[in-house]
Design a protein around this ligand. Structure first.
Ligand SMILES: Cc1cc2nc3c(=O)[nH]c(=O)nc-3n(C[C@H](O)[C@H](O)[C@H](O)COP(=O)(O)OP(=O)(O)OC[C@H]3O[C@@H](n4cnc5c(N)ncnc54)[C@H](O)[C@@H]3O)c2cc1C
Length: 463
């Protein structure tokens, strides 16, 4: 009998899981059920008047292979848009000014000491405290799990946490570093301490090894930039390409799934209207959205899924004439430490990062608001949020006048927070999933939050 595969959730996670399902099962019937009116989930590009405005993700990291592989499999590798060379530089705000991220800095620690010594990002006393890392002993192997904040404070000191690690890692997870699990989010740093004891020594060895590697390993000054890629029309083109590749599948929008029931050796997928039978079901949803769907099949799994916290975030695209921006240095953008007490968490200089996204003489700035530490800022209505972003950008980069266009996108409960205990919770979730034959969970609540992490999960199902 023909195998029936049903994918629930039409974001990049669900569509790519369906794409690899089709490659592995040419004969299967494949259905994708998406609750909203369009595919893509948080991956949405709007293109008004020759602009390319990203509402959600704007980049795919190169070093995690599943993202690049998906683009290649879809035949999009010829069209990959790299970040512009000047976008290798990024900035961190200190005392209301944009300070360049010193060359070699990687997420929280410098790989090159000389450029770091002269940065205004951290005070001299802060640098001396960071230098003590060279003497601090290794943590005991049997010590309990540590938060990102506790780890950085212990090894590099409070200033390195507040001025570097919080905004840099915040840019990825939009999370409170006191709650984030270091092991679940940045295991490479746990490994560095285990192997090299000192982070500074480990980072220097890493930088040297990267410099010797083919391509020189450049562009390590910004965590979100330099190593990133997109498509000329934005990541909405990836969603469109996936939909085209799935043209022989049953792709349904406005098909919200309420629950799953095991009947004999198959699943009944219950929709608001009707039901669909399946041999394999992929739940490609945020964990909190997967919970009610699996509840009738396994209430304990539903409880576990509910415990994964999510934060909301908003993106505010602002379009200005280029001559209205007085002090915006070339670069991919900047991140704002929480101790600066501003609403903007980070801001992308879109026009500098990716060419061709705005007509000549026009710039696009994209601000992020909200996240785990500042969810209260999302209570503002669109007008208030835009006004606050404009006021802060006026101060930070010398904007003049009002924007020509604004575009706000809100993503409530979209950013998974891999908090302390995540790995244990994840192991319990995966164990229960294995016990439910033919059920698969894909999403940012599990292993990693980026597009390549989620694509890798959906692909692994069919390996
Ligand atoms: C603002 C923002 C910026 C980001 N930037 C980046 C970046 O630059 N690079 C990067 O790699 N990652 C980035 N991320 C993270 C990454 O985009 C997401 O983790 C990833 O896209 C999630 O994909 P998904 O398919 O798992 O989930 P989603 O995109 O959330 O899709 C889930 C889909 O399921 C649907 N759905 C929900 N419930 C049901 C139901 N009951 N029945 C049917 N359908 C349902 C939803 O409508 C939605 O379309 C960003 C995230 C955000 C929010």
């Amino acid at each position: 009998m023909t195998r029936r595969i049903v994918v629930i959730g039409g974001g990049v996670g669900g569509l790519s899981a369906a794409y690899y399902a089709r490659k592995a099962n040419p004969e299967a019937t494949i259905t994708v059920l998406e609750a909203s009116a369009e595919f893509g989930g948080v991956t949405k590009t709007r293109r008004p008047d020759g602009l390319v405005l990203e509402e959600g993700p704007d980049s795919i990291i190169r070093i995690k292979p599943a993202g690049l592989q998906l683009l290649t499999d879809l035949g999009l590798d010829q069209h990959i848009q790299a970040t512009q060379p000047q976008a290798r530089q990024s900035f961190i705000v200190r005392a209301g000014r944009l300070v360049p991220v010193p060359e070699g800095l990687y997420l929280m620690a410098p790989g090159r000491w000389w450029p770091f010594l002269w940065t205004r990002l951290v005070s001299w006393s802060g640098k001396i405290r960071m230098g003590l890392d060279l003497l601090i002993p290794r943590r005991r192997a049997d010590a309990p799990e540590e938060s990102l904040a506790a780890f950085v404070r212990r090894r590099l000191g409070r200033e390195a946490l507040e001025r570097i690690a919080q905004p840099m890692v915040g840019g990825i997870y939009t999370a409170d570093p006191e709650r984030l699990s270091l092991q679940a989010t940045m295991p490479q740093f746990v490994e560095m301490e285990r192997e090299h004891r000192s982070l500074l020594l480990a980072m220097r060895r890493r930088a040297k090894a990267m410099a010797k590697a083919p391509g020189g390993g450049g562009g390590t000054s910004g965590p979100r930039y330099g190593l990133f890629m997109s498509l000329p029309g934005g990541l909405g083109d990836l969603v469109a390409a996936l939909q085209t590749a799935l043209s022989d599948c049953d792709l349904r929008t406005e098909a919200s799934v309420r629950g799953l029931v095991r009947v004999g050796d198959q699943w009944q997928v219950q929709l608001d209207a009707g039901e669909v039978a399946a041999d394999e079901v992929v739940l490609a949803l945020p964990a909190h959205a997967a919970a009610p769907v699996v509840r009738s099949a396994d209430s304990e799994l539903a409880e576990l899924l509910q415990t994964i916290p999510y934060a909301g975030v908003a993106t505010v695209n602002l379009v200005y004439p280029a001559d209205a921006v007085e002090r915006l240095p070339d670069g991919a953008g900047f991140v704002v430490p929480s101790v600066e007490h501003r609403a903007i968490l980070a801001c992308t200089n879109v026009t500098c990062k990716y060419p061709g996204r705005a007509p000549e003489g026009t710039v696009i700035l994209r601000a992020f608001v909200g996240g785990g530490l500042h969810e209260v800022d999302l209570e503002a209505d669109d007008e208030q949020m835009v006004a606050r972003c404009v006021a802060e950008l006026r101060d930070l980069v010398g904007l003049r006048g009002e924007p020509q266009r604004v575009h706000v996108a809100r993503w409530p409960r979209a950013m998974a927070q891999h908090v302390l205990g995540h790995e244990e919770r994840l192991a319990a979730i995966r164990a229960r999933e294995r016990a439910l034959t033919g059920l698969h969970l894909v999403g940012n609540g599990y292993e990693g939050v980026g597009i390549p992490d989620i694509v890798a999960q959906g692909k692994a199902i069919w390996a």
